[in-house]
Design a protein around this ligand. Structure first.
Ligand code: NAP
Length: 359
């Protein structure tokens, strides 16, 4: 597989690379990202390799990420048309202004206009609702997004980090109103965060949404920098932004061992695993340094065999919320044999012996 192995995004005609370049670390607003020059080099290297999908957000480095991407587009005529450019709205960049963020009509339009100015373009390809707002009526958000599609300012609609029930409700309303569908979904997903397999991913598969996992290395935990045998290991029960927990080290160690066996970087193994997961369209890769980009892109060339996948499954299998596991067990008991018309086998379940009690 390569960056030019383009795939359709959900139930749409848009084609994207199997890895989308995340730009959350572009810019030095908080003192931890990459300089504009290094960011530009990372972006250019991804695009030169045939990558066509770039992800940013109004909030990333306080708008600096969008400015860096926009400057690169302006300096490279013709590039804008070739790439699939996604940005997001939600976070309020105007302290004290209650309508400065969120998914209300006034706020969405103002946020899009500001993003377009920073990105130096007159449209975005995927406009993402960045997070869940339980207050704004979803009809208001969807109708506004549909108007923006009609106005030619956005091409497609995506939802990020919204509960499955709310996304499914929104998708159903959009479908029956004839509004632009939600064709893409972002969620945190990695070998260390698999709970989206309970509701979000089956929903995306069922409703025609292409999945773009973010945090595929769990902010670097799966990059090879960590391991129970490595310097700097600290025992702790803290999760995220701290050090890995004992449970996480079991997964991290398995990734490190498999990478050593294959002679590739641990990041490549973690990315190859996620890109092979059912429902995943394009994994969001983050790279703060050029060397990180190179190691991450190498993940496209790694193909894990059934034994290797089973080994990773054994250490990372998630405990899903009810009723996911209950459904997986009992759905086998509904049909006994046969296939679907497109050839998906319905596993042949042993018939329950007469008198068997389930509870
Ligand atoms: N929709 C959302 O809510 C949401 C949320 C988060 C991110 N995103 C998107 O998803 C993209 C990726 O997310 P993420 O940044 O969380 O991904 P990630 O891959 O889990 O973490 C990326 C970080 O890991 C480290 N890293 C990456 N590759 C490495 C390598 N090969 N070797 C060693 N360290 C490596 C770098 O941090 P250090 O160098 O500092 O260790 C890098 O900043 C973002 O850029 C953004 O576009 C979306």
């Amino acid at each position: 597989m390569s960056l030019t192995s383009y795939v359709t995004l959900g139930r749409s005609g848009l084609r994207v690379s199997p890895f989308t370049l995340g730009t959350m670390t572009f810019g030095e607003d908080h003192g931890w990202g990459s300089s504009p020059e290094e960011s530009r080099d990372i972006l250019a290297a991804y695009l030169d390799g045939g990558g066509n999908s770039v992800d940013t957000a109004n909030i990333y480095t306080g708008g600096h990420s969008e400015v860096i991407v926009g400057d690169h587009l302006a300096a490279n005529p013709g590039l804008r048309e070739r790439i699939v450019l996604g940005t997001k709205f939600f976070w309020n960049l105007h302290p004290g202004d209650p309508n400065g963020g969120g998914p209300g009509r006034k706020a969405i339009i103002a946020q899009l206009e500001a993003s377009l100015r920073r990105l130096r373009t007159d449209y975005v390809d995927i406009y993402w609702l960045h997070n869940f707002d339980p207050v704004t009526p979803v009809e208001e958000t969807l109708r506004t997004l549909d108007d923006l599609v009609t106005a030619g300012k956005i091409r497609y609609v995506g939802f990020s980090d919204v509960p499955a029930w709310a996304t499914a409700e929104a998708a159903t309303i959009a479908r029956f109103r004839g509004w632009s569908p939600i064709v893409a979904l972002q969620l945190e997903y990695s070998l260390l965060e698999r709970t989206g397999e309970g509701e979000l991913i089956p929903m995306a598969q069922s409703l025609g949404m292409g999945v773009l996992p973010w945090g595929p290395l769990r902010s670097g935990f799966l990059s090879g920098k960590y391991g129970s045998d490595r310097a700097g290991r600290v025992d702790t029960t803290r999760d995220f932004a701290g050090m890995p927990t004992e449970e996480q080290y079991a997964v991290i160690d398995a990734v490190n061992e498999l990478a050593a066996e294959l002679g590739v970087a641990p990041a490549s193994v973690a990315l190859a695993w996620i890109q092979a997961r059912p429902g995943v369209t394009s994994t969001l890769i983050g790279a703060r340094r050029m060397a990180q980009l190179e190691a991450n892109l190498a993940g496209l060339e790694v193909e894990l065999d059934a034994d290797q996948l089973a080994g990773l499954e054994a250490v990372s299998r998630p405990r899903l919320n009810f009723p996911a596991e209950n459904n997986a067990t009992f759905s086998r008991l509904a049909h006994n044999g046969g296939t679907t018309v497109d050839g998906r086998a319905t596993p042949l379940a042993p018939l329950l012996a007469e008198g068997t009690r389930l509870w």
